[in-house]
Design a protein around this ligand. Structure first.
Ligand SMILES: [Zn+2]
Length: 390
């Protein structure tokens, strides 16, 4: 065993991992769990009982007999909407309910005006979660009854320990807002807050790359950020800002001013908001990111050149990240991930600037998990919290 493998090994057979093996179908019985974890049957039974008592696992009749008593089968309760999730964006929010296996039960997209401020926006989205849970008969119609918690993704920096938003770009009125405290006054279940890139990373890793230990997920939409999976776990760093590449400086001439007060930040060059600003500066009448993407799809010369420049800028920063961190996969999600010229120049810059050893087996992909990746990550945050509490 190398030192690298140690952190995962320590977790082996923990309640979260037992639950995941059952949720993914890798295990259907206590015997399976004992075999996979290497733990003794009595230890596994103890942990399984605790998970059953918490309602996180259930027994579903008898499995196939191999002679002797038929073993009871284990399953993660499904069908009931028990986790609420909100993935807040600059103009839209994805709101959903998910079951304990992380499967989406219901989800809808709502228009959002972030400038209306945190009380109005979060108040409306929490009400929407309540409505969704109430509309699900399996949840019993009561938020406090079946709901185990709510996970919320914010498109800006979140101090992880407190759930407070710190110096977000393009979110007037949100700086310093205590999301966790605001929500605690409105719902009586745990509310866990994180930034949207971390939730995308967690959702994508759990659904697509759970076998990989080291991964970087870039979220490129109106803003730009990334989430880091290290040794199989979301890496937040000391305060929660790990992976926030938005204000890393890139080569740009002239260096456009950034909302943070500096110039030439990645966000000021390569984010969706930056592309809108740059095109407008060139006299192209475009109002939002949707308009920019349409121009790029239509092969517009100015928009395509800007997308290539943005891809090079993302690639420059990513090359530093890849050389430093040596991930197995770099995946890009968010609305700009479908922008082919951006992706192509990002990929070329990465290969040009990285150590051969770092790119030899590196996967460079689009995030494949779809529009529910953020709420899936939010739900997994809550599920992990519930399991840890159990
Ligand atoms: Zn900046």
């Amino acid at each position: 065993m190398t030192i690298d493998e140690a952190p995962r090994d320590v977790l082996r057979g923990g309640p979260r991992e037992l639950l995941r093996w059952v949720a993914t179908g890798a295990a259907v019985s206590r015997a399976d769990l004992s075999r996979l974890s290497g733990l003794s049957p009595s230890t596994v039974s103890q942990r399984v009982e605790a998970l059953i008592n918490q309602g996180l696992l259930e027994e579903t009749g008898a499995g196939r007999s191999r002679g002797g008593r038929r073993p009871r089968q284990l399953a993660v309760p499904t069908g009931g909407a028990v986790v609420g999730a909100i993935d807040l964006g600059a103009h839209h929010a994805r709101v959903g309910t998910l079951d304990l296996s992380g499967r989406v039960v219901q989800a809808r997209t709502l228009p959002v005006r972030i400038e209306d401020g945190p009380e109005a926006v979060l108040g409306a989205l929490l009400a929407e979660v309540t409505t969704l849970v109430g509309g699900d008969p399996a949840a019993g119609g009561s938020v406090s009854g079946a709901l185990r918690g709510i996970g919320i993704g914010i498109p800006g920096p979140v101090q992880h320990a407190t759930g407070r938003i710190v110096s977000p770009s393009r979110m007037p009125g949100w700086n310093g807002f205590d999301v966790a405290a605001f929500c605690a006054g409105r719902v009586d279940v745990p509310v866990i807050v994180d930034n949207d890139a971390n939730l995308m990373a967690l959702g994508a890793h759990r659904t697509t790359h759970s076998e990989l230990d080291h991964a970087i997920y870039i979220k490129a939409g109106t803003g730009i950020g990334s989430g880091v999976i290290s040794s199989g776990r979301l890496h937040r760093g000391a305060q929660g800002s790990a992976g926030d590449i938005s204000h890393c400086r890139v080569v740009a001439d002239p260096a456009p001013p950034c909302t943070c007060g500096n110039a030439g930040c990645l966000e000021a060059v390569a984010s969706g908001a930056a592309l809108v600003t740059a095109l407008r500066g060139q006299g192209v009448p475009v109002s939002d990111l949707t308009g920019v993407i349409r121009l790029i799809d239509d092969g517009d010369r100015q928009a395509t050149a800007l997308a290539r420049q943005a891809g090079r800028a993302v690639g420059e920063i990513l090359a530093v990240v890849v050389n430093f961190f040596n991930p197995q996969v770099v995946a890009i999600g968010g609305r700009l991930a479908d922008c082919e010229p951006l992706l192509a120049s990002m990929r070329a810059t990465l290969y040009e600037r990285c150590l051969p050893l770092a790119t030899q087996t590196l996967l460079i992909e689009r995030v494949a998990a779809g529009q529910d990746v953020g709420i899936t990550g939010a739900a997994h945050l809550v599920i992990d919290h519930v399991v840890a509490a159990a």
